[in-house]
Design a protein around this ligand. Structure first.
Ligand code: NAD
Length: 248
């Protein structure tokens, strides 16, 4: 694994789950890391900054604060996301807009605010968190899946727009990952332990993906080790997508 010594990274949704694991990994490799999250509570050496990625003023203020404090910005991990359950009839328009605004609009706003700073970095990278939901045809996840399909398409378009100016854009597509988000879903089931066991059995490798495994993929795509990689979506899913398996 390369090191991020001297570099500054922003991780959205960095106070929990995949984002927190990523922030910790980048910091352990020498980056100074700001976690932009609705919840600004993170442990040292991470720097928590309260930000709502669905609000442009909030995002701009947070990116300005990062650059004022650290003097530069090299890596952006667009990871903040929220879920939506049900078929297309399940979510009223305001809910559709909210999920779109966070999962897709958040990437647009944060990247837009970061671009002038990334253009000055010799090691600029953007990594977006997509999902295998974009490919898998998951039941009862219509809106969420659509936003993640948009994240994958946006990743490709952003890579095309910025690779010639030295900014690489890639994405990860996690399978079901063991994070507080999934913990909350399991806890809402009548028998959480049985639900977890069933969920694990449905994964190709018989267990949930760990947040650290997704963080490792994000760190790779954020690092010069992947210096010739742009516009890719890297699945971290135990083989679900690559093996053309179907979630049961
Ligand atoms: P999580 O709920 O544990 O963490 C998400 C973080 O995002 C939280 O700290 C939350 O406060 C923050 N957040 C939510 N809305 C925000 C907003 N408007 N502005 C700023 N921060 C906001 O979730 P997680 O499981 O770690 O998921 C992280 C990302 O990974 C999401 O984009 C999710 O869609 C994606 N993902 C997760 C899984 C999984 O199985 N856990 C699978 C595929 C993709």
């Amino acid at each position: 694994m390369t090191d991020f010594e001297g570099l500054v990274a922003v991780v959205t949704g960095g106070a929990s789950g995949i984002g927190l694991a990523t922030a910790r990994l980048l910091a352990s490799r020498g980056a100074r890391v700001a976690c932009l999250d609705l919840n600004p509570q993170v442990d040292e050496p991470l720097r928590g900054i309260r930000a709502d990625v669905s609000d442009d003023d909030s995002v701009r203020a947070a990116i300005d604060a990062v650059v004022a404090e650290f003097g530069r910005l090299d890596v952006v991990v667009n990871n903040a996301g929220i879920g939506a359950q049900g078929d297309v009839a399940a979510n009223p328009d305001d809910e559709w807009r909210r999920v779109w605004d966070v999962n897709v609009g958040g990437i647009v706003r944060v990247t837009r605010a970061a671009l002038p700073h990334l253009r000055r970095s010799p090691a600029a990278a953007v990594v977006n968190t997509g999902s295998i939901a974009a490919w898998a045809g998951l039941p009862q996840r219509a809106l969420y899946s659509a936003t993640k399909g948009a994240v994958h398409a946006l990743t490709l378009a952003m890579a095309a727009d910025h690779v010639r100016e030295g900014i690489r854009v890639n994405a990860v597509a996690p399978g079901t990952a063991d994070t507080p988000w999934v913990g909350r879903l399991l806890d809402s089931a009548p028998d959480p332990d049985a639900e977890r066991a069933a969920l694990e059995a449905r994964q190709p490798h018989g267990r949930l993906v760990s947040a650290d495994e997704v963080a490792g993929a994000i760190a790779y795509l954020a690092s010069p080790l992947s210096g010739s990689t742009a516009g890719t979506v890297l699945a971290v899913d135990g083989g679900m997508h690559g093996l053309r398996l179907r979630p049961k």
